[in-house]
Design a protein around this ligand. Structure first.
Ligand code: SAM
Length: 219
């Protein structure tokens, strides 16, 4: 992929339109999330040939059989996470690194893990070129990253067959996890809040379609 950091009026205009669409048509209400989406040039994550696709509300291939998530999905998951300035956030499935940028724009300290080495290396290099700082890891994120736990928030950006227990234990008390859970075709978005040392509150929300979470505590 060619790295070309040009953000001209055409891309800025298309980004603004996407934010309006997410707010008015897709009913994303969190202003901070919408503003973050308005600040991150999504076309930077695309080869220049496909810049005209970058501000459509669609997922798009990023190589290795994976995708950059649909903007609506990014907005929806981020809104559920209620990221506060300074939150320690674990992201499972770095992919392109776009979602990582949105979390960083919200003031989070981000730990992000990707199992595919090529994507891990590309995102790590790419985000540093864009001026973003996060902690990047390559490996199986279905077990979380216990060495850096506990986290205020955990965001899983691939479809899991169940909520991994080992990941839940890495949440701070009062912390939130957002994870899509289901079969290979469709998943329900699940929010889990750790309410005490032993208790969790689980809320099941809308249906989505993610690439699979592959690993020890996954498919
Ligand atoms: N958040 C990403 C973005 O903004 O581009 C999109 C992520 S893509 C939908 C899901 C990613 O999860 C893929 O890159 C995939 O390789 C990765 N993945 C799947 N299983 C994983 C695992 N066990 N640990 C870490 N990453 C995993």
């Amino acid at each position: 992929m060619a790295y070309k950091f040009v953000d001209n009026y055409r891309e800025k205009g298309a980004r603004k339109k996407l934010v309006t669409q997410l707010r008015d048509d897709r009913k994303i209400e969190d202003k901070r999330v919408l503003e973050a989406i308005g600040r991150v040039p999504r076309h930077f994550f695309f080869d220049e040939t496909f810049w005209n696709q970058a501000y459509k509300d669609i997922a798009f291939p990023i190589g290795e059989g994976q995708t950059i998530s649909q903007p609506y999905t990014v907005a929806y998951q981020t809104q559920l996470l209620h990221v506060n300035e300074g939150d320690k956030v674990l992201e499972i499935g770095t992919g392109s690194g776009y979602q990582t940028c949105i979390l960083l724009e919200l003031g989070a300290k981000v730990y992000t893990i990707e199992r595919q080495e090529k994507l891990f290396l590309r995102a790590k290099l790419f985000l540093s070129k864009m001026g973003y700082t996060a902690e990047f890891f390559c490996g199986d994120g279905s077990k979380g990253i216990p060495a850096h736990a506990p986290y205020d928030k955990i965001l899983v950006t691939a479809g899991a067959p169940f909520v991994p227990d080992i990941m839940l234990k890495q949440l701070k008390i009062g912390g939130t996890m957002v994870i899509p859970v289901g079969d290979e075709k469709t998943q329900k978005m699940i929010t889990v809040i750790r309410v005490s040392e032993t208790d969790y509150e689980r809320i099941e929300l809308d249906t989505f379609r993610f690439v699979p979470l592959v690993g020890d505590q996954a498919w």
